[in-house]
Design a protein around this ligand. Structure first.
Ligand SMILES: [Zn+2]
Length: 63
C-alpha cells in the first residue's frame, strides 16, 4: 500500500485532466486557467453591479 495515489481532477475552465496533488492552481490545470476563470467571475460581477439603470432605452417613444 502506498500514499502516492494521484487524484485526477478536471479543470473547470478548459476541462483538461490535471492532478490534484502538488498543483498550486487547483482545481485549475494552470495559472492561466485560474486567472481566466477568476477574471470571468470578476467581469460578470462588475457587469451586474454596474447595471443599475435597466430599461432606460425603452423610454424613447416620444421621438
Ligand atoms: Zn485548464
Amino acid at each position: 500500500m502506498s500514499d502516492t495515489t494521484t487524484t485526477i481532477i478536471q479543470c473547470p475552465h478548459c476541462r483538461k485532466e490535471t492532478p490534484w496533488q502538488g498543483n498550486p492552481f487547483r482545481p485549475f490545470c494552470s495559472k492561466r486557467c485560474k486567472t481566466m476563470d477568476l477574471a470571468a467571475w470578476a467581469d460578470e460581477e462588475y457587469r451586474i453591479a454596474s447595471e443599475d439603470s435597466p430599461g432606460e432605452d425603452e423610454s424613447d417613444d416620444h421621438h
